[in-house]
Design a protein around this ligand. Structure first.
Ligand SMILES: Cc1cc2nc3c(=O)[nH]c(=O)nc-3n(C[C@H](O)[C@H](O)[C@H](O)COP(=O)(O)OP(=O)(O)OC[C@H]3O[C@@H](n4cnc5c(N)ncnc54)[C@H](O)[C@@H]3O)c2cc1C
Ligand SMILES: *[C@@H]1O[C@H](CO)[C@@H](O)[C@H](O)[C@H]1NC(C)=O
Ligand SMILES: *[C@@H]1O[C@H](CO)[C@@H](O)[C@H](O)[C@H]1NC(C)=O
Ligand SMILES: *[C@@H]1O[C@H](CO)[C@@H](O)[C@H](O)[C@H]1NC(C)=O
Length: 647
């Protein structure tokens, strides 16, 4: 069962094509090809990083921008993948890093499996292309959790401060009327879209034949279809667009939209297959010492390290796993940890690499004993004629057929008051008590956690209690990825916190991830509430009509809460591939790493973080749309600062 689950997830991971992006003069492969110095250096050519690079190089034609990317450009998909790879996925593809977390004691020592992007485009070039946004309450929580100290900042990361960047960050294309009518797609351009950036959000011209079944089921469960779910409100049944070109249905990612599409631009260089080792403030941390320099090494020719000089700023956008590694190797992190790791401390910043969060959860699985007369269904791909036509269709302009569909386009988002009307108050009260009474919260964090991080965690619990009490703030997501037979319960707002640390044997190797899922035991109660709710889908007229039989957890297991808890521990998927929050935007006294201007605390300036590690709390959606918006907002903040007289 577990392997089957992992494989189901892996399908959504999608795949790496071998088609190259067009080459440009500004593509650099060796340090010797670089300019003597750059105004801005961006660490990591991923989702947020390339967004920042594109915007800065456009806004400042006379300033130079360098992106340093660990991965190769050859494996950045220029197209969405050879169709044969649609149902297969190689987690060890060269365009990805695959990780197994440390054994997680609370879940029978299982490990989380995560495969993140290692190519130009980062995880946007390797993800499942499900292109949703959090609810307004998710971003409002980012501001709320910052507390009164961050609230006066004129830079707002709440929904009202983010919506303009969400809109700007993508081009949404309305599906043709015939397609919209056939599948029932709905949307609201003025509430959610309006941008013209070449990052595409589209609805595919295809759905499997049984698509309406689960939508009917959900309606029978009392959930309401929403016209648009990207405009801040998403409690209910949602259509979710795909990050793909509206005509060719090929993957849209930051490597295409924010690099290839804007080249040539003479001030925008990209150095591939180089790892940023650390940043160094050669003149120390005095007010006027300027930005740090960036130490890089070639990935293929490891060993020699080179300095690259930044004149204005360094922006770290290496993603939630690697941004902390760059900071830690630079001596920016928890002093006690750095001492033990043998890295001289530059800034004691206990929050670096703490606060790791991800979506996780168990599933409900069933079989239909009275199959409906649906066509087409995924097993039709086994028919050579059907499959050949799918390939032909995918290569037509406009593209058509099954290969235009990535993960699916539907999901339900349900708040805790709707998931568990009878018990949610009790759960919320328990979370609040944890936040306010005694020191039990600290005992759920790693033993060496700094008091500042504990204080921030208690604030987070308080904010999360507010979210869980809000009937319009979803706590459960179930995406309907493929037809029939399974529904996964994404726990959108976990209470447990993991860590990212350097490999003690080799600081330049991949980091050690300790997911610590269920280390806060209330997470198990939340999973239980979600699972009990989700099982009700089998008790609807539609499911009965098709003779749906629950295979797991099954009525016997569901008879007691304890048996269901054991089922969750044994079968839950520990990562739905949404790691975040490891350099959180909080005050230094609360374990924060950056402020609302994204500057790293304790530096004299010249060093910011812009990627999904800056989120203090995980959002109730997949992350790529937010990673783009974070990049857009970061770019605006930096552009405003460098447009001031005197710069
Ligand atoms: C398998 C998978 C499936 C997903 N599915 C979806 C989905 O369907 N929908 C969705 O919205 N989201 C999905 N996500 C999540 C989403 O894609 C990511 O959270 C988001 O793209 C992260 O953006 P980022 O800018 O923070 O980091 P990334 O886009 O990962 O960029 C980080 C970049 O930094 C580079 N880098 C790292 N370290 C260094 C270094 N030391 N020096 C130089 N470069 C470095 C990396 O190679 C990478 O290119 C998925 C993620 C994965 C991994
Ligand atoms: C998990 O691993 C630890 C350390 O190896 C071991 O002590 C413990 O018994 C294991 N737990 C389970 C449930 O296997
Ligand atoms: C890089 O810069 C650091 C700090 O100024 C210096 O100590 C080191 O020697 C430089 N390395 C190279 C290869 O120039
Ligand atoms: C589910 O149904 C299919 C088709 O009827 C059958 O082949 C399969 O064995 C069933 N699986 C289980 C676990 O009962």
């Amino acid at each position: 069962m577990r392997m089957a689950l992992l494989r189901a997830i892996a399908v959504s991971l999608s795949v790496a094509g071998t088609s190259a992006l067009p080459y440009h003069a500004s593509l650099k492969r060796q340090v010797s090809e670089l300019r003597p110095d750059y105004d801005f250096i961006i660490v990591g050519g991923g989702t947020s990083g390339l967004t920042v690079a594109d915007r800065l190089s456009k806004a400042f034609p006379k300033k130079s921008v360098l992106v340093v990317e660990y991965g190769a450009i050859e494996y950045a998909p220029g197209v969405f993948d050879p169709p044969t790879l649609w149902t297969q996925s190689d987690p060890n593809a060269v365009s990805r890093w695959s990780f197994n977390s440390l054994p997680n004691p609370e879940v029978d020592n299982h490990t989380a499996f995560i495969a993140i992007g290692k190519t130009v485009g980062g995880s946007s070039a390797a993800n499942g292309m499900f292109f949703d946004r959090g609810s307004r309450f998710d971003y409002d929580a980012w501001t709320e959790v910052g507390g009164p100290e961050l609230r006066p900042s004129k830079i707002k990361w709440n929904w009202n401060g983010m919506i303009a960047y969400f809109k700007k960050s993508v081009t949404f294309t309305e599906p043709p009327p015939a397609i919209a009518q056939k599948y029932g797609y709905t949307w609201d351009v003025s509430g959610a879209y309006g941008g013209t950036t070449p990052i595409f959000s589209s609805y595919p011209p295809f759905q499997w034949g049984d698509q309406p079944v689960l939508r009917e089921t959900w309606e029978e469960m009392g959930l309401e279809p929403r016209r648009e779910c990207a405009g801040g409100d998403k409690e209910g049944i949602c259509w979710v667009p795909t990050s793909e070109d509206p005509i060719t249905a090929r993957r849209s990612h930051s490597g295409l939209g924010h690099y290839a599409a804007v080249q040539p631009r003479s001030n925008y260089d990209l150095l591939v297959k180089h790892q940023v080792v650390r940043v160094v403030y050669p003149k120390g941390l005095k007010a006027k010492s300027g930005p740090p320099l960036v130490v890089v090494r070639s990935v293929s020719d490891a060993g020699q390290q080179f300095n690259v000089t930044a004149k204005a700023e360094v922006i770290i956008s290496a993603g939630a796993f690697h941004t902390p590694t760059v900071l830690l190797r630079s001596g920016i992190g928890p002093a006690s940890y750095l001492r033990a790791a043998g890295v001289p401390t530059l800034i004691d910043l206990p929050g670096v690499g703490s606060n790791l969060q991800d979506h996780s959860g168990p599933g409900v699985f069933w079989n239909y004993t009275k199959p409906g007369n649906f066509s087409p269904l995924p097993h039709d791909m086994l028919d050579p004629t059907f499959k050949a036509d799918a390939t032909t269709g995918f290569n037509q302009v406009p593209a058509r057929g099954p290969y235009t569909l990535s993960m699916g386009n539907s999901a339900i988002y349900v708040s805790l008051p709707h998931v568990a009307p009878a018990t949610y108050r009790d759960l919320v009260a328990k979370i609040r008590r944890l936040a306010t009474v005694g020191n039990t919260a600290a005992s759920y964090l790693p033993p060496d956690t700094d008091p500042s991080v504990v204080a921030g965690y208690k604030d987070q619990l308080q904010t999360l209690a507010n979210l869980f009490a809000n009937a319009e703030a979803p706590s459960l997501e179930t995406p309907w990825a493929e037809s029939g037979g399974s529904a996964l319960a994404f726990h959108l707002h976990p209470l447990s916190r993991g860590t990212v640390r350097l490999d003690p044997g080799d600081h330049l190797a991949q980091p050690i991830l300790d997911y610590r899922m269920l280390s806060n035991p209330l997470d198990l109660d939340l999973h239980l509430a979600h699972l009990r709710f989700l099982r009700k889908l089998l008790d609807t007229p539609t499911m009965r009509r098709y003779g749906a039989v629950e295979l797991a957890p099954g009525p016997a297991v569901a008879a007691t809460d304890d048996a269901l808890r054991a089922y969750i521990r044994q079968t839950m998927i520990l990562s739905f591939q949404h790691p975040c929050c490891t350099a959180p935007m909080l005050t230094r006294a609360k374990g924060g790493v950056v402020g609302p201007d994204l500057k790293v605390h304790g530096t004299p300036g010249g060093l910011r973080v812009a990627d999904m590690s800056i989120a203090p709390l995980l959002i109730g959606s997949h992350l790529s749309a937010t990673a783009y918006a974070v990049g857009e907002k970061a770019a605006d903040i930096i552009i405003e600062e460098w447009s001031k007289p005197g710069h």
